[in-house]
Design a protein around this ligand. Structure first.
Ligand code: ASP
Length: 363
């Protein structure tokens, strides 16, 4: 069975297949209007979402399929203490494919490990958001005509922003990508992303503290919201919440063909006077999210029928049950009674990483 838990679950060829299919869907909407007739998508959303949930719903409806699920964990058996594994086995009896969003990191992986149908990670804590990545890549392809040879600036909350982590991982599959990380000290990209993704997978990056000094170099400016809900310390959030605000004025030095992306929702990091600029691609990006999710649902349902497409969810040497993950928001801690801890050697050969959330074990 194939799932999408991390952007790196897809090979370069598969990424290309999905983007190409999304472009065909855009050009021939009618042709796809009944291809999922009789199929059901379950949207299991344990955390608030507007775009992602509705875009999955709308995607399945446009394919002629049906949607069931919940958008509030309190209205499901989760509030009675049901584990992710048990909920998945139950939903397997009702739906052909699952999209799960969860505040706990690693929850979609646990779901996939227990599922008879494809599982899509629709965002897990501050860990990963691979369908936003597909959305971003389709947007870049449509707006700039290419996904290679790009200088991409990531601005704002690079620490907790799961969309940033996932897009950087996927960019490792493309040629001649340069990443510029624009963030205050407190919100810098986590070390594992720099050492084990950028360095290891060959994504050159530089870190800067001001947007103005680099804006003229960028082909894409990826703005992000400061993720209030992920801070353990309210004061720290207050200190950094207004760190970067993009205004029409600041765009003066940007290239005319540069594109501004944002996974949304925005708070105050992009002033509304930017919206009318043709470089502002974030609302077009939302619609691309629906098309690319249509393509993904179709591909995963197709691959589910092709055993030669199967791939192990966890590969390599894994140490089971011996360590506790240092991340309190990891599923191996929140469901410790049901989920066995699993660690593997880190990509830089420097210690161990949790299989579910990529944090190091507690000392
Ligand atoms: N919508 C994105 C996410 O779910 C970005 C955000 O919430 O700021 O990660």
């Amino acid at each position: 069975m194939r799932h999408l838990i991390e952007p790196t679950d897809l090979s370069s060829a598969e990424l290309d297949e999905i983007l190409t299919l999304a472009l065909d869907i855009i050009a021939n909407r009618e042709k796809y209007s009944e291809v999922c007739k009789g199929k059901k998508l379950a949207t299991l959303f344990y955390e608030p979402s507007t775009r992602t949930r509705l875009s999955f719903t709308s995607a399945m409806m446009e394919l002629g399929g049906n949607v069931l699920g919940f958008s509030d964990a309190n209205s499901s058996s989760v509030s009675k203490g049901e584990t992710v594994a048990d909920t998945t086995k139950v939903i397997n009896c009702f739906a052909d494919i699952i999209a799960m969003r969860h505040p706990v990191e690693g929850a979609p992986l646990v779901s996939a490990l227990n599922s008879r149908t494809p599982v899509i990670n629709a965002g897990d804590g501050s860990h990963a958001h691979p369908t936003q990545t597909l959305t971003d890549l389709l947007t870049i392809k449509r707006e700039l005509g290419r996904t290679d040879n790009l200088t991409i600036g990531f601005c704002g909350d690079l620490k907790f922003g799961r969309t940033v982590h996932s897009l950087i991982k996927a960019l490792s599959k493309f040629k001649n990508i340069n990443v510029v990380l624009i963030a205050p000290e407190e919100l810098r990209l986590p070390g594992y992303m720099k050492q084990e993704v950028c360095d290891k997978l060959g994504v050159p990056y530089r870190e800067v503290k001001s947007l103005e000094e680099v804006i003229g170099d960028l082909d894409v400016l990826y703005m992000t919201r400061v993720q209030k809900e992920r801070f353990l310390d309210e004061e720290e959030y207050e200190r950094v919440k207004d760190c970067f605000v993009l205004t029409a004025d600041k765009l003066r030095d940007a290239k005319p063909e540069m594109r501004i992306l944002h996974p949304l929702p925005r708070v105050n990091e992009i002033a509304t006077d930017v919206d009318a600029d043709p470089r502002a691609a974030y609302f077009r990006q939302v619609e691309n999210g629906k098309f690319v999710r249509m393509a993904l649902i179709l591909k995963l349902l197709e691959w589910a029928q092709q055993p030669e497409r199967d791939r192990a969810l966890i590969s390599g040497d894994v140490i089971k049950g011996e360590h506790i993950c240092s991340n309190p928001k990891c599923i191996s801690n929140t469901e410790a009674h049901a989920v066995e801890s699993m660690l593997r050697p880190s990509a830089d050969g420097n210690g161990l990483r949790c299989v579910y959330c990529e944090h190091r074990p507690a000392k």
